[in-house]
Design a protein around this ligand. Sequence first.
Ligand code: ADP
Ligand code: MG
Ligand code: MG
Length: 971
Amino acid sequence: MIFVTHQRELNHMASDLSILPFALYSQKNIFMNTPDTLELRKERVNERPYEKFVFSFLEGDGKNKQLLGGKGANLCEMSQIGLNVPPGFVVSTEACLKYLGDPSHSLPAGVLAQVKEHMQKVEQATGKIFGDFQNPLLVSVRSGSALSMPGMMDTILNLGLNQKTLKALVAQTNNERFCYDAYRRFIQLFGKVALGVPDEKFDKIFEDVKYKAGVKLDIGLSTENLKEISDRFLDAVKQHTGKPFPEDVFEQLEIAIKAVFNSWMGKRAIDYRREFSITPQMANGTAVNIVAMVFGNMDNDSATGVAFTRDPGTGENLLFGEYLVNAQGEDVVAGIRTPKPVSQLQQEMPGLYQQLEGLRDKLERHYEEVQDFEFTIEKGVLYCLQTRNGKMNATAMVRTSVEMAREGLITKQQGLLRLKPEMLEQLLHPRLDSLHKTVPLAQGLPASPGAASGECVFDADRAELLGHSGHKVILVREETKPEDIHGFFASQGILTSRGGKTSHAAVVARGMGKPCIAGAEGIHVDVKLRQAVIGEKILHEGDFITIDGGTGYVYQGVIPTVEPTFSDELKTLLQWADEVAQIKVMANADTPDAARKALAYGAMGIGLCRTERMFNAPDRLPIVVEMILANTEEERSVALNQLLPIQRQDFRDILTTMAPRPVTIRLLDPPIHEFLPTEDELRDELTHLRHLKDTANGVNDLFNTLRLLHAHDENTKAVTPFNDKGIELIDQAIVKKEQMLRKVRELYEVNPMLGHRGVRLGLTYPEIYKMQIQAILEAAADCQEVNIDVRPEIMVPQVCNAEELIRVKGYVEEIRENIEKERKLNLNFKFGTMIEVVRACVTADELAKEAEFFSFGTNDLTQATFSFSREDAENKFLPLYAEKNILHDNPFEILDTNGVGKLMRFAVESGRQSNPALKIGICGEHGGQPDSIRFCHDLGLTYVSCSGPRVPIARLAAAQARLGAAKKSSL
Ligand code: ADP
Ligand code: MG
Ligand code: MG
């Protein structure tokens, strides 16, 4: 057993050799050139049969992204459905995790032997030999984890080149320039990625040679130039590492595989995973893909490109992409040359364009999803090098969902399930006011839509620094690289002067839903001077600019933005969602204006109308203050009589706007001292007023004296800066403020949120609730009289005990009777309660006998269940709890299904048991949060209610909850 791998290898080779006589010489060569690495020796003493770590593209399971990574799984899948993928294989993420977990940093036993075995298969398939002196095989070594992380880990191209194979390649291709171009790329990538040589060292040499040769574009470099670059690159590597560049091809391969594995724990990758909350369950380790090289840089009949099967900015159904003739790999993405739109390929290489269209079609049909793919054309042959689901902005996601469903490519349900509800938030982002007259400073490619204003910054570190200290910044760069990612997070938008719509900047910005303009060629950035030059203009760090990622225009200064409107596609998609969803989506809206907006967002009613918000309007507050200051019931009723018509009018407006949809109106909830200034404020005001009175008296004294002195002077006689009336006004103000101060002291509570508020207030001052009930029912009567079908629902806050409800219900019944008798009609309304204290959940069966509906106020209920006060929790300890994983999520943002959720479930079950017709909803902030909506759906709630702008998100989440539940139950 000891030599099992070795023996298998030999057998395998023997069979290969017989098939491929040509390989004979080279195979020997491999043996001679491959020193026994430490790993190989270790493998030989390992007695276990090895785990399978390596999978050829023809055998790997295209669905197993956890094991093979997204890139690897798709390469397997594409190979197996007959697309033209260069031969290759995948080293699994399991190998990566084992390697990273091994303290001695060696590859797990078996990996290298399996890699060699699979290299032979690639050799068979290509007819080339790795490390051969005549017909050398070159490969790329590419990373790829279960989730696509654009640009997060590095790829090495042209591996397998050394002094000897380079000569062979020259002899073989008769194209010295191409060979040295490939060589210098390899040295640079390998040097940077695998050996850790800083990029700047290579850049400096590269720019130096370009400068000396007087060429601007890479393509202008001659063979001699490229030779010089290669030589100097090799020197740079030697200088930096103290060792010559590795000549042995298997050593190169081994180093490269380890480097890719190591990149999983690199800073960039870790930052990215943290920012996007990528857990090990979602992606754990990276696979390595080893792929036979194909060359887009062979000549002018070769090219390389990146494309989307549909436009990722708009969703339009057309091949969208960019390519470069005679270029390799990263050239398109790196923004080194500005690529051409793929439509141009139609003229340049019409046959290949047709093939590309065919590829697009096959990819979409197979994956039933928009694909983002990479292709290379080598001497007129098209290869597909990668595909993945296209990252699109929300506009494009919505449009493609609707269009692909209409085309029959996917079902409506798939269309609803493929976009995350939160994405819709992007569509609610502002755009530039079309009426602005500002002349643009520059124009680039509209790479990611949306508009943003901010201060210019010219490098990612500054962007992060300023962004974190509260500045709104726009990151302005010549081009961006993966290491700039932290600057993206901190910026409002991104502007680059180079690169196309598939450049790094564009892809990442689109993924984040941030506006981006790429390839704005008129802009020259000077990072050292912290400025950019656009024609005659110089922009300094801190100068404000506005970018419009929808048009590509850059403006100086801040341009006002306007609210977006719903597209037809979005309307259609949300209509499909409403058809599917079971749980209804209501909005929280307190004013007639907010109700109209909520309706436009598609709210099916109002789940929470907070009457106290109406009290805060400037014309009402003084009356509310009078009501609070009143010491007797009579005094109070004077104020209440003034408030009644105002509230009635508001309710009439809201009910009419929403008719025939339900409107749940909550009776006064907050402690009333919230309508008064604080004690400190009042004390300051009083001090100020008393000073004012002293001053007024003093000035009057002064003028009286002056008048006596100049009794004959007519001018002085006329001047009386403060008459008695003025002083009287000041006195009145002082009396009022003193009265308020006394009241504030009287109303002082140690813990107001647990104090005299909600129904407690309503029972101690019944006239307040009665006025509100009167206003609601009169408004309903007014509407009913003119045949408007309104559905008010009166909701009592803070209830903990059925007796409270019974009392308030008593007021309601009395008022209802009066109005019905007087107006001769039957009022159509509901009476119900908030469920927001723990005791309400526990006694839900009793409450349900008095209530027609429950509405979970999960903000208060969460506070009550945890005994956390929200502000204190969020400011003081929740961040630490999250960081240390003591509490996974902030329970005020994501419903705590294990705790609060259990109370809710109990309340729902016992409530419905005693009153089967009970309608139940939720009106906390959680009502707009997709995970919480799913939970509410599962609980069987009737509706969720959330803020207006979140209504579209909630509608989609409601549909997904239903579809998800349907899927589960059909299993
Ligand atoms: P990323 O994950 O950053 O997209 P890739 O592994 O896709 O990195 O590789 C980067 C670039 O190198 C791509 O543009 C791809 O087309 C090119 N490339 C990778 N492998 C090969 C290959 N075998 N032949 C030619 N080009 C390749
Ligand atoms: Mg890359
Ligand atoms: Mg790629």
